[in-house]
Ligand binder design. Sequence first.
Ligand code: DAH
Length: 347
Amino acid sequence: MTAQETIDYIRTLAMTALDGAGSLEDIVAWERAFLGAKGEVTLFLRGLASLPADQRPIAGRGGNALKTELTAAWEARHAALSAGALDRRLAGDAIDVTLPGRPPIFGASHPVSQMIDELSEIFALLGFQTVFGPEIETAHYNFDVLNIPKDHPARDVWDTFYVDLPGEIVLRTHTSPMQGRVMEQTEPPVRVVVPGRVYRYEAQDASHEWMLHQLEGLAVDRTITMADLKGTLAEMARQLFGSERKTRFRCDFFPFVEPGVDFAVDCAICGGAGCRVCKGTGWLEMGGAGMVHPNVLRAVGYDPDIYSGFAFGLGIERLAMMRSGVDDVRAFAGNDLRFLRQFARAA
Ligand code: DAH
């Protein structure tokens, strides 16, 4: 190959490679391959001395011209690619200020909390104060004060989570222990409601949970009768479910009341016809109630010959289920946002 042919060959090689270079990295590599210290053009110029004397001037001129030509071509291509890269980066960073913003996520009060708030308001209008008590409770308040002595079979009614081995500390099985705590610290008259969590060691199904919420009610004064109890609970049912709901009181036994009743409202889900929630009976039991047992009054230092009272305990989830047509109590603690969002109210 003559010197001129070598120059032409390098030029073709270089220009073809430059056409194919699509990125800034490609073009840096290209410069190294052709114009760098060990590049093709550099090596060619360095090899001039070994050429036959007659070819040296042509090769020297041609080689330098090629170097100038390739350098210019490289600079043009480098400039073009740099501009493209900048454009792309600017386009990627661009912010479209006309896009709508992302809405902030607001929390909402849980349906059980909403029911507690509503009940507190209803009972406040009836003269009841809302108080709260401990969820970890002594067996003394959970059972003994409530006329449920140790080793008495009535304790079996409440499947209990014990916190300690001798069984002196329990997760409260109902909100009733606050009856004793409140009465011990208050002179009659007493009118309180106690909403809160209670725990039961029992199997779950559509109407049973091992953790649920109750609302305890207690009224003690000189002339309280069963009629006050019925009137109070019937008024609550009317406020919550409307005047068309029917209430039912039947005899029942609870150690801390005498007489004792269970209190039911006709099932708002099926209108009394019978469904899964009311187990086909048409009635939903809201809880128990009755006239405070003289033994309970005595245990807190009240004289049962002077004072009488009524007490009741309601299941809050049950009330919320009836109100909203929920047919599975497990939904409340299941933490499924699709369920909970349905209860979200505008703040
Ligand atoms: N504590 C009872 C329970 O959890 C419910 C109850 C029944 C509460 C009668 C009362 C009452 O205050 O008088 O099963």
